[in-house]
Design a protein around this ligand. Sequence first.
Ligand SMILES: [Zn+2]
Length: 89
Amino acid sequence: MLYINCPHCGMRSQNEFSYGGDASVKRPLLNKEVSDQEWDDFVYNRKSLRGKHLELWHHISGCRQWIKVERDTSTHEIFRTFKADEEVV
Ligand SMILES: [Zn+2]
């Protein structure tokens, strides 16, 4: 079982969270002309990366906040967690 350190609540079981997808995807700017390919890339197209990856998780059974989790997709090791609006460097 995974344990995720929610930046708002502390260490919690993965059972309290819902996976939300790739956190590195950037939404196209508002009021900007967007091609079909750019929109497809934002909505549908994802790389299935192996290794360290930044993901969105929703603490659905806790504080109900979205957070970012830096996790290795092959070992499930969690390195760091961030508030959703934190810039990750
Ligand atoms: Zn929380």
